[in-house]
Structure formats: C-alpha cells, structure tokens
Write a protein that binds this ligand. Structure first.
Ligand SMILES: Cc1cc2nc3c(=O)[nH]c(=O)nc-3n(C[C@H](O)[C@H](O)[C@H](O)COP(=O)(O)OP(=O)(O)OC[C@H]3O[C@@H](n4cnc5c(N)ncnc54)[C@H](O)[C@@H]3O)c2cc1C
Length: 473
C-alpha cells in the first residue's frame, strides 16, 4: 500500500498510461457534476439548535439545585462548578462540531471561517472546565471541612473515573496552551496538530466521570439521556464526516498519481487519475485535503485547491514546495495512491452577486482562480489581473490567458519587482475601471491579499463583494 519517499523503485502496480488531458478543453470539463450551492438555512438551523441546546443545558443544571443545597457549606461554589462544567463541556462539543467537516456547514460557512470561530471560542471551554475543577474542589472541601489538596486527593482516590477525568483535564490544558498564538508561532503545524488530537482523548476520558458522579443526573434519567444523546450525536458526526464518508467516497474514486510536472521553478502540478470522477460534485475555487500513500506522507493531509475543474478521469492540483509535505509531492511516483477529503470552501462562483467579476492573483494563489475562471457562467464579464516578479513565475499563464480569450474577457499582467510595479488603488482603477461594480476574487500571499483588498475598498468596492482565499488557517 505504501510507496517510499524518496522514490527510487518502480511502482508496484503500473497504471494504464492515459494521454495527458488538455486542461482547457471545455467539453471534457462540462462532463461532470457541478458543485453544490451553499445552503444558508442549514447553518442557521444548526446555530439555532446549538443555542437551544445551550439553554437546555443551563436549565437542567439550574433546576437540579435547591435552596437547601445552595445554603449548605460550599453550596454556591459547587453550583457554580456544576454550571461551569456543563457549559464548558457543551461548548467543547460545539467546537468539535464546527471542525467536524460537515459538508453542508463547510459549503455554506467555509472552512477558514469555521476554523476562525473554533479558535475564537476555543479558550472558553478550557477556562470553564478549569473553573469547574477549582470550584468543585473548593466547594467539597468546605462541605467536608478539609483542605482543598486533601479534597483533591479524595476525589482522585475514591471517586470512580475521576483519575481518568483529571488526566483528560491535563491533556486539555496542554492542548489549550499549545493553541495560543504565541505557542503556535513557535511550533511546527504538524506538532500542534498532533497535540490538538489529544482533545478527543481528553473528552473521552472525562465522559464517564460526568455520567457516573454527576449529581445532576442522579434520579434524572431524562437529563442523563439528553446528555448521552448530545455526546453520541457529536461523536457520530465526527465519525461519519471525517472517517466513514471519506473512506466510502475514496473507495469509489480509486485515486492515483498519474503524472507530476514542474510548472514554474518549485511549483508542480499533480495529475490524479480516478474512477467515477464525473460524479464528484465540486466548484472551481474549492479545495480538498490531500493524503498521499507514500512513506512519511500518509499520516497527515494538506489542503490544496483544484487548479482546474475535473476532467474525468483526471483531477489536478498545483503545489508550491514550501515545507516538508509540499516539497515531497514533486517526488511522488506514478501510481501512488491518493486519499481526498472534501470538497471544501466558499471561494466559488456561488459567492458571486454581479454580472461582472475581477480575479486577482499572485504566486500559487493563481491556481484556484484558474479553476474558478473555468467554472464561471459564460455570460459573466471577466477581468483577470496577475501579479508576478517575472513572467516565468506565472503559474498556468497560458491556460489562464486562453480561458480569458475564449470568453472575451480582459487579461492583465503586472510584472516586475515591488519597487518597479506597485499594486495601488490607482493601478487597480486603471486596469479595471468598473471594479466597484464587480465581484472581486483575490488569492495570493497574505500581504498581497491585504493590499489588494485595501485597494479594492479604496476603489469603492462593497466589502461583501470581495472574496478572498487564504492559504493558511
Ligand atoms: C484552503 C487552502 C488551500 C490551499 N491551496 C493550495 C494550493 O492550491 N497550492 C499550494 O501550493 N498550496 C496551497 N495551500 C497551502 C498548503 O496547504 C501549504 O503550503 C502546505 O500545507 C504546507 O505544508 P508543508 O508540510 O509543506 O509545510 P509546513 O512548513 O509544514 O507548513 C507551512 C504552513 O502551511 C500551513 N499548513 C501546513 N499544513 C497544513 C494543513 N494540514 N492544513 C492547513 N494549513 C497547513 C501552516 O500555516 C504552516 O505554517 C492551501 C492552503 C489552504 C488553507
């Protein structure tokens, strides 16, 4: 199943050599399923359900308290601890659903925004669960008239599943700290990702102590059933959308590397062949998570946008070697198995609101724009602006030019060093005079995207009509 990297030996299974597709041949690209449109009502419904669930959790905890329990020593501390524990765990489950890669949610909200939300609320569950540990320990210590450390020891030694829960809490704290911006900057993406996976283990370790020792559940079978149901639902969603569904789809598609070509220095296009690809619903501008079955590469997946619409039986991605994995793809051998998850992303024609579109790209950011260009309806008036230091660095230059020519659009190249050529609002206005009345799609390095967005706003573009894809989360 595995092929080694660097790859010196011949592939174990030779693929039938198929002629390389002509990536600008539209008749092939149209023999395919179009990407699904976003469904905003699904996101609204899920948000409403999450809100209702939160209300129910608070109500269940509050109803479980009585005047007597609150008035007893440590009563208030214990009540606060229970509320913090339940709301913290519930928010943690919501965070997991946000990144469970639910197709409807991904298609409507977009992975970048979901990851941003996940990050923004990420500190709260950890803080609430820490509050739970502290206040419950202090509360019980007051109730039993012992010191907090003694109480902690009693919990660990005498309460069922409490030791596992405490180990889970430790893992959660480590994962929480590793996600802080300052720590993340110093860490390799893969290291952070592996630490982050411990959150699933932390939650699993904590589950039993909630069900077995949670006072809120004693004598309340309905509350217990509700809590088990939301845990099962979350676990089911993660299992199905991250494992079962991708495995089923990949067994169907049987993807393998068919060809690797250097496009510009350090940038490689991978042609992937497969079966039933005319049934793969994807929009130009979307990306997949790619996993290559080669030694050292299999254990992590990376996001790459399609650099052309599927031309069944082929897909194509174009990758710039920037780190370990992206550099290694240049050495992938013909026949290497490929596993994809997706498609994801909202950087598609569905985001368009106008009959006029401006696509602005630089570097490897041109690749999703190239696929998007192919996917835009033929009656859309298109202008493309490409920024590069030299012409040789422009990825898929001929294809973009030809696609623009075929639809009668305008193609501009801004070539030269930053000193020679600046992409300011004036230049933008000269190149695309009607930019304020168009949808603007931007993809390129972070600094470039920021400058283009600022220039477009200065030219009077509506922020809602500026769509950009970042190549890092
Ligand atoms: C939505 C999206 C679409 C992309 N499309 C393309 C494309 O079409 N062509 C292309 O060349 N590059 C694309 N990228 C960038 C590409 O994913 C990274 O360059 C690649 O993952 C780097 O991995 P590495 O191991 O080579 O480098 P590393 O040195 O390990 O990582 C460099 C940086 O890449 C990012 N990164 C690494 N791994 C991941 C991951 N699994 N998920 C998210 N971000 C990660 C992190 O910000 C990290 O700091 C895209 C990124 C995103 C988020």
């Amino acid at each position: 199943m595995f092929e080694s990297y660097p790859l010196h030996v011949a592939p174990t299974r030779q693929l039938r050599r198929v002629e390389r597709p002509t990536w600008t041949n539209h008749s092939i690209a149209t023999r395919r399923r179009h990407g699904h449109a976003p469904k905003p009502w699904v996101a609204d419904l899920l948000a409403a359900l999450a809100g209702i669930g939160f209300g129910v959790v608070i109500a269940l905890v509050v109803i479980g308290e009585t005047g007597g329990t609150l008035a007893s020593p440590g009563g208030w501390l214990i009540a606060v601890g229970r509320l913090a524990g339940f709301t913290g765990t519930y928010s943690m489950l919501v965070m997991i659903v946000l990144i469970s890669r639910l197709p409807w949610l991904e298609r409507t909200v977009g992975q970048d925004r979901l990851v941003r939300w996940h990050r923004r609320i990420g500190g709260w569950p950890v803080a609430l669960i820490a509050l739970h540990v502290v206040t419950i320990t202090l509360g019980y210590a007051q109730m039993t008239k012992v010191g907090p450390l003694h109480q902690l020891w009693v919990f660990l030694a005498n309460y069922p599943d409490m030791l596992a829960a405490m180990v889970g809490f430790g893992l959660l704290v480590v994962a929480g700290f590793s996600s802080a911006r300052i720590a993340r900057r110093k860490m390799k993406y893969e290291t952070w990702w592996v630490i982050h996976l411990y959150i699933y283990l932390a939650l699993a370790l904590a589950f039993a102590h909630q069900i077995v020792t949670g006072v809120v559940f004693l004598g309340h079978p309905l509350t217990r059933a509700f809590w088990i149901a939301i845990w099962s639902l979350t676990a089911g969603l993660v299992l199905v959308s991250r494992f079962v569904w991708p495995v089923i789809k990949n067994l169907r598609y049987q993807l393998r590397v068919a060809d690797v070509v250097e496009e510009t220095p350090g940038v490689y296009s991978l042609t992937i062949s497969g079966e039933h690809l005319s049934r793969l619903a994807v929009s130009g501008g979307q990306f997949f998570q790619w996993r290559f079955f080669a030694r050292g590469l299999f254990w992590h997946s990376h996001p790459y946008s399609l650099s052309a619409l599927p031309h069944p039986p082929f897909l194509r991605v174009t990758v710039k070697g920037s780190g370990d994995q992206s550099k290694a793809v240049a050495h992938l051998k013909h026949g290497t198995r490929v596993f994809i998850e997706g498609p994801y992303g909202t950087f598609t024609r569905h985001a368009r609101t106008q009959g006029r579109v401006t696509l602005i790209g630089a570097g490897v950011g041109i690749t999703p724009l190239r696929a998007l260009l192919e996917d835009l309806p033929t009656d859309v008036d298109v202008s493309v602006v490409i920024r590069a230091s030299c012409v040789e660095d422009i990825v898929h230059r001929d294809e973009v030019e030809e696609l623009v020519r075929m639809r009668g659009g305008k193609f501009h190249e801004l070539v030269g060093s930053r000193k020679e050529v600046s992409f300011d609002p004036g230049t933008m206005g000269r190149l695309v005079p009607k930019i304020a009345k168009s949808d603007v799609y931007v993809c390129g390095p972070d600094g470039f995207t920021e400058r283009v967005v600022a220039a477009a706003l200065r030219q009077g573009c509506d922020p809602k009509r500026i769509h950009h894809e970042a190549f890092s989360f």
